[in-house]
Design a protein around this ligand. Sequence first.
Ligand SMILES: NC(=O)c1ccc[n+]([C@@H]2O[C@H](COP(=O)([O-])OP(=O)(O)OC[C@H]3O[C@@H](n4cnc5c(N)ncnc54)[C@H](OP(=O)(O)O)[C@@H]3O)[C@@H](O)[C@H]2O)c1
Length: 298
Amino acid sequence: MKVLITGANRLIGQYIGKLILKSKDFLLLPIGLGNPRIKDFENFYQKLDISNSSEVKNFLITEKPDIVINCAAISHVDICEEFPDKCFKVNVLGVKNLIDNLNPQSKFIHLSSEFVFDGTSLNYKENDQPNPLSIYGKSKLQAEEYIQQNFKNHQIIRTILVFGFGENLSRNNILTWAYSFLSQNKKIKVVNDQIRKPTYVKDLAKAIFDLMVSNQNSTFHISGEEEISIFQLAKKVADVYGFDKNLISSISSKSLNELDKRPTITGFNLDKISSIINYKPQSITNALIDSKNGLIHI
Ligand SMILES: NC(=O)c1ccc[n+]([C@@H]2O[C@H](COP(=O)([O-])OP(=O)(O)OC[C@H]3O[C@@H](n4cnc5c(N)ncnc54)[C@H](OP(=O)(O)O)[C@@H]3O)[C@@H](O)[C@H]2O)c1
């Protein structure tokens, strides 16, 4: 089985790709927009712009993947607000290009986001009413709807604030960001009024792999179990890594002009995913300790 992963250079794509490489049942085809940045992928990596319809068509006709895991996106919320056309071109047209040219017998696994909701619950279920506040959230919802209406054999995976160290990451997540400042004794200001159930990338990648080998076509929520403010999460990073907690001060989203575009509180109900693949995420503290052990391998 040939598994194509888009966005393979980044955090989620590289973790799933590495799991697939370890399994003897699958051939990995990692794809990105830029140059290859993951050492293990170098021999198989190809460049593809998913927003280019003819390029995607030719590519899929040649490669004929059995499974596509779509981790490519413009996921920077502020960039999506500033350049909505660019955002929809990748997040929606890109998905359409992949689906429209994919053999209907193949499986399409798509990464979506908590940003499809309006940030008023810590227990969103898969069939709760979406209500995106931002351009990014709207684009992710539109892509979900296109997939649901046009490609039967799909798994849509919504996740929340994914963290972890990775290889050659060109973009920070909350862990790498806090770590890079605190480890140099630099002060950080962190929002105290955005609450999430953050997701450890290793738990997410394993869950996506387990779902991939299951035959369930549906939408799934995958996140951690613990709710925490971004401020408290940064404090946990300081705790686990032995940094000075006094370097961290709390601020409100309003002072960053962020509140209206980012959901305030968002968590997922995990009953569905737990019942299907026996999903058991680690506690945040254990995930941070596990990341610390992983640091030496990066
Ligand atoms: N990280 C999170 O906290 C989080 C939370 C919820 C949902 N998600 C979703 O999970 C997915 C993966 O997130 P991530 O954080 O691992 O990655 P990311 O930082 O959002 O990076 C996305 C990737 O998309 C690729 N890309 C952008 N435009 C492209 C194009 N036109 N054609 C082909 N590839 C293109 C980039 O490739 P290059 O690196 O080669 O430039 C990049 O690797 C996204 O769909 C995101 O919306 C993420």
